[in-house]
Design a protein around this ligand. Structure first.
Ligand code: NAI
Length: 264
């Protein structure tokens, strides 16, 4: 019997991360989960110490050789939740894990990473671009300050846009594609998870969410997104590198039909 391939899934205690864990395990992967609690590795990816701890534990759990990394850990924007928390978790926590795990992924003969964006990147108006710039400059204090000024609701798509740009800037480089590591982005639309339910339960955000068109007539399921991730980690996705897969039941196509592809 061949040795199972090892995948690290962050945010694996809930929602799409948990569904991804279940799906990959059913396919024979060995999954190491990273979350605030209830997983093999407990770490707060919003802090430098938590990120360091997670990377150290991943190295130990994988013996320094990792075949996949899927970064579902993230927070949505809500009234009363500071934007700085989203900058630190959604962007800096994710980038730290991608960078910290890259040497382990380079030891695999066919590694694949999936970072998580959101269709809010292109479908939510008024993205605060100063948050995006500060993130991509690697300036966490500046990004946190700008995100607090903008609120977590407005900063959410900015953290996801910055992460997606980071992924597209790095995916084709010698450190990533050149080491046989494929890095792609999944940008979900509305998917039924505790995060979406918290948005729906908010008296201000709930009605806005319901007003968003989903052309196929329903929200997505966590299993559907787990299936997309499974495809991206598998051999049929060998030619995907730096791609952004929007998985949203047609919302972005309905709102922005002619904006993609964007001619050179
Ligand atoms: P969820 O709330 O069910 O799961 C998120 C997980 O991330 C939780 O287990 C949570 O504990 C973990 N997490 C949060 N902060 C953390 C931290 N500081 N350190 C470690 N782990 C932490 O959410 P869901 O919906 O499954 O979301 C997963 C990802 O998908 C998030 O990045 C979210 O932004 C993104 N997304 C979700 C959409 C939706 O409609 N549900 C739409 C677009 C993107």
């Amino acid at each position: 019997m061949s040795t199972p391939r090892t995948a690290v899934v962050t945010g694996s205690a809930s929602g799409m991360g948990a569904a991804t864990r279940t799906r990959l395990e059913s396919e024979g992967w060995r999954v190491v989960g990273v979350d605030l609690r209830d997983q093999e590795i407990e770490a707060d990816l919003g802090t430098a110490a938590g990120r360091e701890h997670a990377i150290e534990e991943i190295g130990a759990a994988s013996d320094g050789r990792l075949d996949a990394l899927v970064t579902w850990a993230g927070l949505g924007g809500l009234p009363g939740r500071p934007g700085s928390l989203l900058a630190s978790v959604n962007y800096f926590g994710t980038v730290a894990l991608l960078e910290g795990c890259r040497p382990f992924l380079a030891e695999s003969n066919a590694a694949s990473c999936v970072a998580i964006g959101s269709n809010s990147m292109t479908c939510q108006p008024g993205v605060p671009l100063d948050v995006v710039t500060a993130c991509l400059e690697g300036d966490e204090p500046a990004a946190r300050a700008a995100a607090d000024a903008a609120s977590s609701i407005m900063s959410y798509p900015a953290t996801k846009l910055a992460l997606t740009r980071w992924a597209r800037r790095h995916a084709p480089t010698t450190e990533w594609a050149g080491q046989g590591i494929r890095l792609n982005v999944v940008a979900p639309g509305a998917v039924e998870t505790p995060l979406l339910q918290a948005t729906r339960d908010d008296p201000t955000l709930g009605p806005l969410l319901e007003a968003f068109p989903v052309p196929i007539g329903r929200t997505g399921t966590a299993d559907e997104l787990a299936g997309v991730v499974s495809f991206l980690l598998g051999p049929d996705a060998r030619y995907l590198c730096g791609s952004v897969l929007v998985v949203d039941g047609g919302t972005e196509a309905a709102l922005r039909p002619d904006d993609l592809p964007s001619p050179m």
